[in-house]
Design a protein. Structure first.
Lengths: 381, 284
């Protein structure tokens, strides 16, 4: 019996370009239809919005954790800085007395209103400056110690925001509200896409390769002339910038923020997204961001009471959603140990061969030579 | 002692270099020279301090006392400081008063490259990526330019150079293979290729023939001889395979317990009484 070897085939360039253009057009049409309410509800739009925002922040965290191999858990702190900057700078003058009703807003910033785009960039820059400040001591630490130090940093940011002396700026524990939201779904989608595209380009550049070298082996990377401190710092600061931008988007998405929304849980959620998607895969992060953000909403059905006839099923009560969610996560992690994508990225060749492989697998199963070693010719690239 | 080499350029000079860890003097007053175009061997029993000498030259740690010169210019210099002031038990205490320490990446930029005793390739990356990463040392444009692809000329040059290097070293066939998937001997070749990609003038090889069979180490000898010529290198190598050391090294230094016990041509070393004692022990 002849074992047919699976042959890895590549698509030609024109096909790939056409497919890519179709995909982009498809995304634009889909966004437009969601935005105009042709498909989905405002609830769907909210899920898509939060998914793209988490995708941006997730990729920024993956840049440090997955590509540079620096175990940093400070993302919530950088998000908080970005979110508060955008909040403080964009609340309309008319609603400010209502927001700062307990302690009036500081005179220095009371007339300061900026367009959303400018506020977003300033938020990102603030986060980047903070990253540079804490990066200097913290990046000299290794693995777990670095994780603890960055985790501590994000808690400090939260504590400072809620601090008494910060009331005239951050409104302390009352939080900020009346933050203007996006006029259209296109705004978060485009900003996230541009941010992620920039990070992808960075990863593909010589600097990105240096990041990967540090992840693989610090000693060898240094012996190859890569300045560890400089490159780790670069990755850390760029990551913080985009986390700040993502935090700003989150502020506009929620329209009301307070410091409790930036607890450690947020960082863990992001860690979940990047681990599930695959540490070191941008595509994986985007996919798992959509999966987790929508999954948490779709599973709400389990929180509602259900009954068979007149018998009320006892397990359906608020909280079951999270039990099921955790079970699903455990299953995924058991079967895909390195996350959904591992370190692979999206490619048309990959999808093409994935689809082609199915009939081949079925044929092999029917022929009964399943025990035979898989003879797949897969190039490493 | 080196009158015959007096005219040649002194690429590497270790002068009274000592390295002490706590109470252990791993390297005691080592004087070592590598002249342009030479292949110099550094041998000695296990734990003699050979790799420590490499780590001092490449900046992994600064020497406790002494100086290292590259092309007659000072590379690193140090003297016992802090706790070491009391602890230091080596020679030439007080001779050096300047502390100049460089990190490994700075030393690589000064065109000193090395390989490691236990292979340290970027395991999950391809052979091509491994060599390409080593080109990063020449990167001139900043990260913003590089990310926005405004340096495509430079990027293209880096890729072509990496490709050229793989061609010269006969590694084109395996270019897309993951580094860790290749046989051991080939991984050693790739590590040398990666070191060469940083454009060194001095190459330090830490046990390049370790774990190789006689045929592989024979190939390696030719390989080292070839790259010395093609790349205009001076080579300092640590090696246990006497066949390799005696075959290609022009001069040999022998270390024992951190101290230099002999130096000279392979012939001189083979008949040196101290060396034989260090390797085989003395009759009581």
């Amino acid at each position: 019996m002849i074992v047919m070897a699976f042959e890895y085939k590549r698509l030609n360039k024109t096909t790939k370009i056409i497919l890519t253009l179709l995909l982009i057009a498809g995304c634009i049409v889909l966004t437009y239809m969601l935005d105009k309410g042709i498909i989905g509800t405002s609830y769907t739009v909210r899920i898509v919005r939060i998914s793209v925002i988490y995708a941006l922040i997730g990729v920024s965290m993956n840049l440090v954790n997955g590509f540079t191999g620096v175990f940093s858990l400070g993302q919530a702190g950088f998000m908080a800085i970005g979110a508060y900057t955008v909040g403080v700078l964009t609340i309309p003058l008319a609603s400010r007395p209502n927001v700062y009703y307990l302690v009036p807003i500081s005179e220095k910033i009371q007339d300061l209103v900026m367009p959303f785009g400018v506020a977003l960039i300033i938020g990102g820059i603030f986060a980047a400056i903070f990253a540079a400040l804490i990066g200097t001591p913290v990046l000299r630490l290794k693995s777990d110690y670095l994780a603890i130090a960055t985790l501590g940093f994000s808690e400090i940011v939260r504590a400072i925001i809620a601090n008494n002396q910060m009331w005239p700026i951050t409104n302390g524990s009352l939080g900020l509200k009346s933050i203007p939201t996006f006029p259209s779904l296109f705004i978060p989608v485009i900003i996230s896409t541009v941010g992620i595209a920039f990070m992808v380009l960075l990863i593909k550049s010589s600097y990105g390769r240096a990041f990967k070298a540090i992840r693989e082996d610090e000693v060898a990377a240094e012996a190859m002339g890569i300045n560890l401190f400089k490159h780790k710092g670069l990755s850390f600061i760029i990551s913080a910038f985009f986390a700040g931008v993502g935090g700003g988007l989150l502020a506009a998405h929620l329209t009301a923020i307070d410091s409790n929304q930036f607890k450690i849980m947020v960082t863990y959620e992001l860690l979940l997204i990047i681990v599930l998607g695959g540490l070191g895969s941008v595509t994986g992060t985007v996919i798992s961001s959509f999966m987790i953000c929508s999954g948490k909403e779709l599973l709400r059905w389990f929180d509602l009471p259900h009954s068979i006839g007149t018998w009320k099923i006892p397990i359906f009560r608020p909280g079951l959603r999270m039990v099921i969610f955790s079970l699903l996560l455990m299953t995924v992690v058991l079967f895909w140990r390195r996350g959904l994508m591992g370190r692979k990225e999206f490619s048309w060749d990959g999808i093409y061969n994935f689809l082609r492989r199915w009939p081949w697998r079925v044929r092999r199963l029917i022929r009964g030579d399943y025990s035979k070693k898989q003879e797949e010719v897969t190039p490493n690239a | 002692m080196h009158d015959n080499n007096g005219m040649k350029n002194n690429v590497l000079k270790m002068e009274n270099t000592s390295m002490q860890f706590g109470g252990v003097l791993a390297l005691n007053n080592l004087n070592l020279d590598v002249y342009e175009g030479e292949i110099v061997g550094l041998i000695g029993p296990n734990g003699a301090g050979k790799t420590t000498a490499f780590n001092v030259v490449t900046g992994v740690y600064p020497p406790t006392n002494g100086a290292v010169y590259l092309d007659r210019e000072i590379l690193v210099e140090n003297y016992p400081q802090g706790k070491m002031k009391e602890l230091y038990s080596g020679e030439n205490k007080g001779k050096y008063t300047v502390a100049k320490v460089l990190t490994p990446d700075r030393i690589t930029k000064l065109r000193v490259a090395r390989t490691f005793q236990n292979i340290r390739l970027f395991k999950d990356l391809t052979v091509y990526e491994n060599v390409l990463i080593a080109q990063h040392v020449k990167q001139k444009s900043n990260w913003l330019f590089a990310s926005l692809m405004m340096n495509h000329k430079e990027e293209k040059a880096m890729r072509e150079e990496a490709m050229r290097l793989l061609e010269i070293l006969d590694l084109v066939d395996v270019k897309e293979k993951t580094a860790s998937s290749l046989p051991y001997g080939q991984q050693r070749h790739i590590e040398i290729a990666r070191a060469l990609a940083t454009d060194p003038k001095l190459l330090l090889l830490d046990e390049p023939a370790a774990g190789m069979n006689p045929q592989e180490s024979d190939e390696l000898m030719h390989f080292i001889g070839r790259i010395r010529k093609d790349f205009g290198l001076s080579i300092l190598m640590i090696e246990h395979h006497m066949q390799v050391v005696m075959g290609i090294c022009e001069r040999i230094y022998v270390l024992d317990y951190g101290k230099l016990i002999a130096e000279g041509s392979p012939k001189e070393i083979q008949s040196n009484k101290k060396v034989i004692e260090a390797y085989l022990g003395v009759d009581d």
